[in-house]
Design a protein around this ligand. Structure first.
Ligand code: NDP
Ligand code: 2IT
Length: 451
């Protein structure tokens, strides 16, 4: 049996069930890297695939805390340290009820290649908990974060593993986590990124993923000889960190973002979303998007529960560019059909693996250009690495310097992905280009470091 096929088959037979997000992420990478593996027997000789599919370790721990009514609560915490061939493990923490080992394995695995693509010295990791910050008081969130860090601190360090934010973890949570690490260890170290600026956070880290996504898209449109985003209708899903700064950068380029969404519904405002209002609703009030209608009664709010299960209302809206920025598998085959029918030019992923495999296959058969998450959303982790650099040298950078370096990183990342696709005979396929380029850098380091 051909090598790559045999690896996929053995994964199917192993304890990695077929319907896991981890299998979905792995299968895509393995199919993509076939031209590289076929061209160079070194990778098979060094068993790189078997080695890269297995995390270095996954720690799982109990998190016990007390809510405001003095009830004792128990959650599970995790950190998967996947691969540190290129640098300390690096990747976010997700607090969401859906968090489990499978989700973290998929996110940690993807993070290896994303971090490799940045060209920076960072390995891949991910962590989090099934804790749900929604509906909790600030005090409860603080107590949970402190209990979580009481366990996590044993496994992290500025040269070991540096977590950051992800779904449900923003500056507030990072602040509490940092405070507890400092208290337990008596050290003031850059063990987390995405910190508030007053204690070592990089300027522009909140903006980085969304801005980086748009820089990547700008460059891809240029390379593929398509019209720029100015005056173009764009659709965005999500209304958290990534979605908000995607919308902000779209406005600064003169584009018209007309949607955003949350787990309950979607707002469609054809004049363009009022971003200040979204920031107020989601970041300050931590409320529901339906509140948008109090200010703009003529905008539309569509409830997800009133919608068919295998599709999402955001992708019904005709657009030039679509930016899924909420969560995994939120853009299905049915959604892809709608985007293709409506002559969308580019889909660029802000969330991690938001498009299903079937949706991506349809994009590749159509004229829609597709920018995969591990390339397009790498701006967040790139600025996290800039934060590590600032912390190590104890020298803060200006916002302008961070933004310029972010733009430069995203442009050269996009060029690298496009060039790699061409080199391996899959011109225009940014999924294969990203997987091959990301894999090669890590694999070469693993070979050079020995077993
Ligand atoms: P936030 O917690 O700030 O926002 C998440 C958004 O996605 C919210 O609007 C949330 O809705 C929505 N959402 C979450 N889960 C679901 C779900 N199961 N179904 C529908 N909507 C959902 O997270 P981020 O913006 O930081 O993260 C968004 C995505 O971007 C994730 O895939 C994350 O992994 C990825 N990412 C984040 C980076 C970062 O720097 N933060 C970097 C790179 C990727 P609601 O408010 O209702 O919960
Ligand atoms: O998915 C991601 O790249 C992140 N959540 C950000 C990781 C980081 O370390 O900044």
């Amino acid at each position: 049996m051909p090598y790559i096929k045999s690896k996929i088959e053995s994964l199917k037979r192993s304890n990695c069930a077929l319907d896991t997000t981890f299998f979905q992420a792995v299968e895509e990478v393995l199919i993509s890297i076939k031209p590289l593996i076929d061209a160079d027997p070194t990778y098979a000789k060094h068993s790189i695939i078997d080695r890269i599919l297995t995390p270095d370790r996954m720690v799982k721990f109990k998190v016990t805390w007390m809510d405001d009514k003095q009830n004792i609560k128990v959650n599970t915490g995790y950190r998967v340290q996947f691969n540190n061939a290129l640098g300390p493990y690096k990747g976010g923490l997700r607090f969401h009820p859906s968090v489990n080992e499978d989700i973290l394995n998929f996110l940690g695995f993807e993070q290896i290649f994303k971090n490799s693509l940045t060209g920076l010295p960072i390995g891949g990791g991910k962590g989090g908990s099934d804790f749900d910050p929604k509906g909790k008081s600030d005090f409860e969130v603080m107590k949970f974060c402190k209990a979580f860090m009481t366990e996590l601190h044993k496994y992290i360090g500025p040269r070991i593993d540096v977590p950051a934010g992800d779904i449900g973890v923003g500056a507030r949570e990072i602040g509490y986590l940092f405070g507890q690490y400092k208290k337990i260890t008596s050290t003031y170290e850059g063990i987390l990124t995405g910190k508030p600026h007053m204690f070592g956070g990089s300027l522009m880290r909140p903006e980085a993923t969304g801005y980086g996504l748009i820089y990547f898209t700008q460059r891809m449109l240029e390379i593929e000889d398509k019209e720029p985003l100015k005056d173009k209708i764009c659709t965005v899903s999500g209304s958290g960190n990534v979605a908000i700064y995607t919308i902000e950068k779209l406005y600064s380029l003169g584009a018209i973002p007309v949607t955003c969404s949350c787990s309950k519904g979607m707002i469609y405002d054809k004049r363009g979303i009022d971003l200040n209002l979204i920031k107020e609703i989601k970041l300050q009030r931590r409320g529901c998007l339906e509140g948008y209608l109090e200010t703009y009664p003529d905008a539309s709010y569509i409830k997800i529960e009133d919608y068919p299960k295998n599709t999402h209302p955001v992708w019904d809206i005709p657009c030039y560019a679509a930016f899924p920025c909420a969560t995994q598998n939120e853009l299905t085959q049915e959604d892809a059909k709608k985007l293709i029918k409506n002559k969308c030019t580019v889909v660029a992923e802000g969330a991690n693996m938001p498009s299903t495999t079937e949706a991506i296959n349809l994009f590749h058969k159509s004229t829609v250009m597709f920018a995969p998450a591990k390339a397009a959303n790498a701006g967040g982790v790139a600025v996290s690495e800039f934060e590590m650099s600032q912390n190590a040298s104890m020298t803060p950078w200006s916002a302008q310097r961070v933004d310029e370096k972010l733009k430069e990183t995203m442009f050269s990342l996009c060029d690298n992905v496009s060039r790699t696709a061409k080199e391996y005979g899959v011109t225009g396929n940014y999924v294969d280009g990203a997987n091959i380029a990301g894999f090669k850098r890590v694999a070469d380091a693993m070979i050079a470091e020995g077993v």
